[in-house]
Ligand binder design. Structure first.
Ligand SMILES: *[C@@H]1O[C@H](CO)[C@@H](O)[C@H](O)[C@H]1NC(C)=O
Ligand SMILES: *[C@@H]1O[C@H](CO)[C@@H](O)[C@H](O)[C@H]1NC(C)=O
Ligand SMILES: *[C@@H]1O[C@H](CO)[C@@H](O)[C@H](O)[C@H]1NC(C)=O
Ligand SMILES: *[C@@H]1O[C@H](CO)[C@@H](O)[C@H](O)[C@H]1NC(C)=O
Ligand SMILES: *[C@@H]1O[C@H](CO)[C@@H](O)[C@H](O)[C@H]1NC(C)=O
Ligand SMILES: *[C@@H]1O[C@H](CO)[C@@H](O)[C@H](O)[C@H]1NC(C)=O
Ligand SMILES: *[C@@H]1O[C@H](CO)[C@@H](O)[C@H](O)[C@H]1NC(C)=O
Length: 354
């Protein structure tokens, strides 16, 4: 009897603390809309609490062993009440696993904002992020509202398209059936494109192979069939084997810029890129060895063009250069003395005119 009363007291204490906790204010980090997850009605999906992905130093295991609890809430589409998530649905349709919330499967009315809250008695932090469950378009294997990730494949090269985010959905040991589609047509006997399980091999990329490719992974779990549908947009890019170096068109050795003394002159910086992939390109001017930020002469302004205002002989001597910096190599391409010569000639003409 005494033990029972003791147990009751502990229960009451726990209840009181929990109630107090929910009354306490919680640091609300708002909604992370970049974390939008889109899923198809009837297909399994998982959402991961973003707190442990870049917001906090600790991962879930570290937070958990430090005594912090992770709780989930959601606000259904068109509602304004935040509710706890029912994880006692038949067949465990929605379940919690560490920092992941699983939907097996997700349904249209699961669409809404999901909040994960990390707390102990003195500390509380929460963040929300959206889940959108979509219906496939009629007579289609996909929905046009689902954002397709873009993959860039170089022309005339071999590349592999992988069906993403399907790992851990089916039990280990289960080999799912994978079908590949282009425009919802089964990729079967397509030229240059060989499906191989979760991979679709592009043997020799051509421009006309561009487009949306969809993989549908099917597996069985507890006697139910599930599909996972993923769509990727494949885009052709120039092969680096044929890449030409960037080319400076203006200013060039062959150009002459005429001006009126005391007037204004615009010299555009015109560069042609035959190939840009994963490289940061910066175009800028250097004048007399000084970079744009360091120009002190108020008569020189730079946007894309260099603008020389109220031109006088002291300016003509400034060898200006439009430079192209192609990071990360940061090679600096410069037309050999192009602008210098152009300006030299200007000086001459200007001198004659004034
Ligand atoms: C979590 O972080 C701890 C150290 O803070 C590390 O030892 C552990 O391997 C991490 N766990 C995972 C699953 O990343
Ligand atoms: C969501 O939809 C399913 C069937 O489509 C229904 O069984 C379930 O009750 C709905 N849930 C809510 C919260 O409306
Ligand atoms: C989620 O919340 C934002 C505002 O915070 C709202 O604009 C958006 O419509 C909500 N999304 C859903 C699916 O309810
Ligand atoms: C609650 O968690 C915070 C952050 O990890 C920690 O600094 C604090 O000591 C914890 N409080 C209790 C009572 O465990
Ligand atoms: C590829 O799919 C996206 C939607 O995911 C759609 O907006 C786009 O028009 C499609 N592109 C082609 C070429 O079919
Ligand atoms: C899975 O996808 C296949 C092929 O698109 C379709 O025939 C089947 O009905 C789908 N099954 C479920 C449970 O959605
Ligand atoms: C650069 O400045 C010139 C002259 O003021 C102007 O005509 C041009 O539109 C500007 N270009 C940009 C990209 O701002």
């Amino acid at each position: 009897m005494r033990m029972k009363i003791g147990f009751l007291l502990i229960c009451l204490l726990v209840l009181t603390i929990t109630r107090d906790c929910t009354c306490e204010r919680c640091d609300d980090w708002g909604e992370d809309t970049r974390k939008l997850t889109q899923a198809y009605d009837g297909e399994p999906v998982r959402i991961r609490c973003p707190l442990f992905e870049g917001y906090l130093k600790h991962n879930y295991s570290a937070a958990h062993s430090a005594g912090l609890t992770l709780m989930w809430y959601w606000t259904g589409k068109g509602k304004d009440l935040e509710e706890p998530i029912n994880i006692r649905l038949p067949d465990n349709r929605i379940s919690k696993d560490k920092d992941i919330l699983w939907f097996r499967p997700s349904l249209l009315n699961d669409t809404g904002n999901y909040t994960c809250m990390l707390r102990n008695t003195t500390f509380c932090l929460k963040i929300a992020f959206p889940l959108e469950v979509l219906k496939k378009d009629s007579k289609s294997c996909v929905s046009n509202d689902k954002v397709a990730k873009v993959f860039y494949f170089p022309l005339d090269e071999t590349s592999i398209l992988h069906c993403p985010d399907t790992e851990d959905y089916y039990p280990t040991g289960v080999t799912p059936t994978v079908n590949w589609y282009r425009r919802c047509e089964l990729v079967d006997g397509f030229v240059d494109r060989d499906p191989d399980g979760l991979n679709l091999k592009f043997l020799n990329m051509l421009q006309r192979y561009e487009g949306n490719y969809t993989c549908i992974v099917s597996y069985e779990e507890n006697g139910r069939e599930y599909n996972l549908t993923r769509t990727m947009y494949v885009k052709a890019i120039a092969s680096r084997f044929y890449a030409k170096a960037p080319e400076m068109r203006t200013p060039s050795d062959k150009q002459t810029f005429e001006f009126q003394a005391g007037g204004e002159l615009h010299i555009p910086c015109d560069v042609y890129f035959s190939y840009v992939d994963n490289s940061f390109i910066e175009i800028g001017w250097t004048i007399n060895g000084k970079n744009e930020g360091d120009f002190t002469d108020p008569r020189i302004q730079v946007n894309e063009s260099v603008i020389l205002d109220k031109i006088s002989p002291s300016l003509y001597a400034a060898p200006g250069r439009c430079a192209l910096m192609d990071a990360p190599a940061r090679a600096v391409l410069q037309p050999p003395e192009a602008l210098y010569r152009a300006l030299g000639r200007l000086q001459h003409e200007g001198g004659r005119r004034s």
